[in-house]
Ligand binder design. Sequence first.
Ligand code: 13P
Length: 240
Amino acid sequence: MQLIAGNWKMHGRLASVAAIDALVAAGPVPGARLLVCPPATLVARFAEAARGSHVEIGGQDCHAEPEGAFTGDISAPMLADAGATHVILGHSERRAGHGETDAMVRAKAAAAHAAGLIPIICVGETLAERDAGATLEVVGRQLAGSLPAGGPLVVAYEPVWAIGTGRTPTPQQVAEVHAFLAARVPAGTPVLYGGSVKPDNAAWLLALPHVGGALVGGASLTPRDFLAIASAVPAARDAA
Ligand code: 13P
């Protein structure tokens, strides 16, 4: 099974539950697990719409504490209570825009585990870091600093320069980083690729060694595109 996860970022209103209804109505995709991570305002509504189906719902961030005087924050137990099964942590947009450090991501991941959530820990280099030949050093440092002790988890490799740009690394570049990460995560941990995953590039990305699925931004907002990406999982293509 590969995990096809949608990161809706700061998009979606209550009426967007129609997207979950569409994914549920389409039925399971062979070889693919579907996860949608909407903004916090929609987690409970989406989880209700997905209940009992093959579609799972996740959050996009959580605080390291279960509750307290943290205005504007959402805790892992709150996400679990709303019906989430996963939470994205350490996305580059939070590392860059909210000053999140590896230590903070690790503390959040431990909080996710304590709440019964599976953390999806994101790592990835900037273009300047890639151009400087520092990609493996950067993602290795992020991974080592962000991984919690024990517990189920998912890792996502998202080159910052490939997010929302329509640019993707070459197959060799993706394969190199995924092999590097796969050797440094607990056995059985899926390593997702993220960054401009679209229906027209999903097949080759998902067929690369050590790619265990995709973390999809923009294309996850449209059920047709999200399902087309899931249908590009090698097992789904074999079943078609
Ligand atoms: P895009 O698919 O829009 O490039 O976003 C990728 C991403 O950041 C997913 O977390």
